[in-house]
Design a protein around this ligand. Sequence first.
Ligand code: CAO
Length: 416
Amino acid sequence: MSKPLEGIKIIDFTHVQAGPACTQLLAWFGADVIKVERPGAGDVTRNQLRHVKDADALYFTMLNSNKRSLTLDTKTAQGKEVLTKLIQDSDVMVENFGPGALDRMGFTWEHIQSLNPGMILASVKGFSEGHAYEDLKVYENVAQCAGGAASTTGFWDGPPTVSAAALGDSNTGMHLAIGILTALHQKIKTGKGQKVAVSMQDSVLNLCRVKLRDQQRLDALGYLEEYPQYPHGEFSDVVPRGGNAGGGGQPGWVLKCKGWETDPNAYIYFTVQGHAWAPICKALNKPEWIDDPAYNTAEARQDKIFDIFAFIENWLADKTKFEAIDILRKFDIPCAPVLSMKEIANDPSLRASGTVVEVDHPKLGKYLTVGSPIKFSDVTVEVTASPLLGQHTNEVLAQLGYSQEEISAMHDAKAV
Ligand code: CAO
């Protein structure tokens, strides 16, 4: 069966994580993604944190599956000529170079449009065009700090904290993918391409939307009732770090289970969802709390929520996280075990759903990667190995119409 994006040609001029995460997604869904890399070097992540000598690092293989690799020195005249042909022959070009790099290479948006009016140019930058910091180069944690995530993550008595989730990188790539698909859809109607730009700061902030909500509530009220600082602690004039609080209006916390003294992940997340109060009391064997006015509303529970969590931890003391969830799930309580990466890697459900997949790589051997988190009823996503550096150079050049002699000359001139 053909894939949904089959026939869409994408020049993948991306590196590190933000751009490659976007183009990998499009490649899974069938686009022909040609990764353009500098001859001899390639994407810097091919070499970063290698654990097998002479084999591409997992950082690269896990972000570049299902693509083809073309080496091209786009600063040489021949390289520019090949890139020009590629632009004329493609639907989308994705890039996440430092600010101004594409212009310095000679491929301004105006020039790209003149070469191919249908071209969609999709860019990731740290900050949006016109922003006071638009000239800055940006990596993941920088974006988390600039987008409001770090200031609102962590505990109130600790420093701003970055998340392990790639809110700045892969998250921005996912935003860009949505932008590209939207532009492709518009092109069906107008026949025209356009520029799609996503900044890492904006993408982080988009996920921190509820914290901007909280800032406005704090400005108006002087307190935030769902934060651990309420009612006993102090609020300043900025949204505080709330530790492991729910943030969405349902109080919750990470609670210790049996074995927490030695296992750093022997915890569950427990949510005291308002309308689940009666089942929670039943599960905890505390029926007298169900109708007790000191407990039976969210407002009444607020000033003793940490006493309630302490009571639940006491209940959890002789149960592993998995035993606890097996009991709590019968009462419809929103909760989950804190899973370690090792548990996730070996989780049979994640393997069965194709979310964790094993891939065979010619040099690296078998490795695990995260497959498509998006599931379709009519599309099967197969994850194939990432390309070796320049693996498809000759093939792509031949498809662009170059003869074997011309291709050999380009190799000799080190343009590819
Ligand atoms: N042939 C010839 N030159 C090439 C090339 C090729 N195939 N591919 C890249 N280059 C050149 C660029 O043209 C650029 O040259 P100039 O600076 O001389 O004009 C040069 O390589 C460096 O590119 P860069 O600025 O993108 O790379 P960097 O390592 O200095 O910075 C990064 C990396 C990620 C900080 C920067 O690219 C950036 O800020 N990108 C935008 C934000 C982003 O995506 N960050 C997330 C990365 S994931 O954590």
